[in-house]
Write a protein that binds this ligand. Structure first.
Ligand code: FAD
Length: 389
């Protein structure tokens, strides 16, 4: 049976951080919105799983730093509306090989952007990083900077807040609704959900690592790679141990990219475990649906080894291991994919994609941008780097 509902102004596919934000901003702007999520809301098996994300102002590209700055008023609005602090400014420490280009960026270039944007930071060498932040046995040539406004984002708090705001603004949020196909034409977009068809004027596809399977029938293939990244927690040896959010830029090892990052004690968490994780772009998945749902043992061994060598305040046994899916643009300089489908015709007029990259910190802003693109076809923000053309 085909059930034709009244058309919506906007259908959003995917109920992670970006989809929920898009539903919030579009509904708050007065559009009628339906959001379709395949699983249950707040599940941990896609890109918005887990408890914390890094909040940082620094990017190697000035336009991306300016987008982070532009997102701050929307984060504040979300915090005020939800009555909960979502960004905790514990500081952001970047250190290591200052000329190494990674999927996270480039230390020296990012410091240059901070300088240009008049954002404060403190440059330091390995000995000072060890003395002030509790690292040990860093190569003596390592350098880096501490930026005091960086920190950690409360992931679940953010998802709950986005969901609540989207609902309060009138969005129809449906879970257990897997979208099988998106079919744009001159009249609108038909969204196939099982036996049902949902009709909308426009659609935003923000299905994370699963976005490709909906774009392929529309003739578009994004140049992204999908990874299942490991993460783990470590027990402090003494009470009161804490760190800023940090990222270690290192030369690649033989088998992996040798990048590690971590956090302090999550300010909202009832326990004092501390998360440290590898950022390895290895073994890309052909299909996000092939994800194992568990971290690779070798990744956990590598992060435990790094903790044992460089973080003496932590016991080096990984606890609560998990994995998380991420789609990353093959071209690191691009950052993200955000904008309408390229070309002309119904698909280009009606389908907007919001996908790939380290996007959590941009969730409220990218939701706002999608809402603007849906409502007017334009956005006031500079997204030239991110568009799909
Ligand atoms: C380990 C790790 C660390 C990260 N660290 C950071 C960080 O420090 N800072 C930062 O800013 N970002 C970080 N990120 C990136 C950030 O978390 C993601 O970019 C962001 O959460 C993606 O949100 P999303 O809504 O686009 O996708 P997702 O959260 O993946 O949501 C997509 C949703 O679509 C649903 N879906 C899929 N297919 C369909 C379908 N056919 N029909 C209906 N629903 C569908 C899925 O079930 C899912 O709920 C990290 C990511 C990972 C994995």
């Amino acid at each position: 049976m085909t059930g034709h509902k009244r058309p919506f102004d906007l259908a959003v596919v995917g109920g992670g951080a970006l989809g929920l934000s898009c539903a919030w901003r579009a509904a708050a702007a007065g559009l009628s919105v339906v959001l379709l999520e395949e699983r249950r809301f707040f599940h941990d098996d896609a890109g918005s799983g887990g408890a914390e994300r890094q909040w940082r102002l620094q990017y190697s590209e000035e336009d991306l730093t300016r987008l982070v700055l532009a997102s701050i008023p929307l984060w504040r609005e979300l915090e005020t509306a939800s009555g909960r602090r979502l960004i905790h400014e514990t500081g952001s420490l970047w250190f290591g090989e200052i000329a190494e280009s990674t999927n996270e960026g480039h230390i020296a270039d990012a410091a240059g952007v901070l300088e240009k944007c008049s954002i404060p930071y403190e440059w330091m060498g390995a000995a000072e990083i060890e003395r002030r932040f509790g690292f040990r046995d860093l190569p003596v040539h390592y350098e880096g900077f501490h930026q005091p406004d960086g920190g950690v984002i409360d992931v679940k708090g953010t998802l709950f807040a986005l969901y609540a705001q989207a609902r309060a603004a009138g969005a129809d949020l449906r879970d257990g609704s897997r979208v099988l196909a998106v079919e744009p034409d001159e009249e609108g977009v038909r969204i196939r959900v099982g036996e049902e068809t949902v009709e909308a004027e426009k659609v935003v596809i923000s299905a994370g690592a699963f976005t490709g399977e909906l774009l392929q029938p529309l003739g578009l293939s994004l140049d992204v790679e999908i990874f299942e990244m490991a993460t783990a927690y470590f027990r402090p040896r003494t009470a009161g141990t804490d760190f800023p959010s940090w990222f270690a830029f290192q030369k690649p090892a033989e088998a992996d990219s040798n990048l590690f990052y971590g956090f302090g004690v999550s300010p909202w968490s009832p326990n004092s475990l501390i998360r440290v994780a590898p950022d390895f772009e290895v073994h890309p998945l052909r299909d996000a649906r092939d994800a194992a749902g568990t971290p690779r043992v070798t990744d956990l061994e590598r992060v435990a080894e790094w903790v044992g060598r460089h973080l003496p305040a932590l016991e080096p046994e990984p606890l609560n291991p998990s994995s998380c899916l991420i789609a990353l643009p093959a071209d690191h300089d691009r950052g993200f994919y955000l904008g309408p489908l390229p070309g002309t015709g119904p698909a280009a007029e009606r389908v907007i994609v919001c996908n790939a990259g380290w996007m959590f910190k941009f969730a409220p802003l990218f939701g706002e941008i999608c809402g603007q693109l849906v409502a007017t076809g334009r956005t006031e923000y500079d997204i030239a780097r991110l568009t799909l053309g």
